[in-house]
Structure formats: C-alpha cells, structure tokens
Design a protein around this ligand. Structure first.
Ligand code: ZN
Length: 169
C-alpha cells in the first residue's frame, strides 16, 4: 500500500459521500417497517490509492449490501493489493445470504478501513474480528469519522437501541 494518511482521509470522505446516496425512504418502502437500514458507502482502491470502484447501500437492489454491489462491480479485479474503505463495519450475520465479512475474506482483499463499528448487537465488532482472524488487516477510522457517520445514521442507531431495549424487556 503506497498512499498517504491524507489520501486515506480522502478515501473515507469519498465513502461517506457514497453513503449519503443511500435512498433510505425508498428502501424502507421495499421492506416491512421493522427493517432497520443504515446508510453505507464504500470504495475499493488500488495499491496506489486510486479508486477502482464504489458503491452504496441498496444501489442495485433494496436487499443488497454496499459491499455486495462493490465486489460484484470489481469482479475481474485482482484483489490482493487492493484496500476497501467502508463507512460501516461489514456484517457477519445475515439470514439468507453470505455476510459481507465473509465475502471480503473470500475476495482476497487484505486491507479494510472502517468508519465505525456496527452498533447492531448481532455484528458489533464481530465482523471486524472475523476478518482479522482470516488474515485481513482492519483499520478503524473511529476518532476522525465516527461522529459524522453516527450523526448521518442517527435514525438507524436510535431504532437499533429501541429494538434492543424491547428485546431485553
Ligand atoms: Zn453486509
């Protein structure tokens, strides 16, 4: 990996811009009302920090995660020297499809930069741990970006907290 700290900041910034493209209201109508959807964006970059492709949550279909679309778009790309930037920790639990942390490991990507951990109790830190156990170096950009990403996802976080409070009653 041959790019500067400054470039890493720019790349997380680009990921945030992608996340803002998530059409929450539109997605909400395609699920039942209990579905809790975050804004998520990401970019895949070369060893020199050039953007190879980008994606956001629900870009191609309401039930596809950002990382799924991103990896689909980057199908022909040799992943070993690439780095993935994504605003939210990749998931490790999904009912019917392979979770994104596993997709990332299988793709051969070796470096992942995440903007914040997923506050969902079914994922929180476990996506990160799964990738690390499987040879991926995971960098946190918590301090620099977490506040902004949390603010962007305030509705998502609030709904998760309400659900968790309900579950423990
Ligand atoms: Zn996912």
């Amino acid at each position: 990996m041959n790019f500067s700290e400054e470039r890493k900041f720019e790349l997380m910034r680009l990921s945030i811009e992608q996340a803002k493209r998530t059409k929450l209201a539109e997605l909400a109508t395609q699920f039942d009302s209990s579905k809790i959807i975050p804004l998520v964006g990401g970019v895949l970059v070369s060893a020199n920090g050039e953007v190879l492709t980008s994606a956001y949550r629900g870009e191609t279909s309401h039930d596809r995660h950002c990382e799924q679309d991103l990896l689909e778009k980057a199908k022909g790309v040799q992943k070993a020297d690439t780095s993935l930037f994504v605003t939210l920790e990749p998931c490790i639990y999904r009912r019917e499809v392979v979770p994104c942390s596993k997709l990332i490991v299988e793709s051969g990507i070796k470096k992942v930069f995440i903007g914040m951990l997923d506050p969902n109790v079914l994922i929180n830190g476990m996506g990160k741990a799964y990738m690390e156990e499987n040879g991926v170096v995971v960098h946190n950009y918590f301090e620099q970006f977490e506040k902004e990403i949390m603010a962007m996802n305030a509705g998502f976080i609030k709904k998760l907290q309400a659900r968790d409070a309900e579950d423990t009653k």
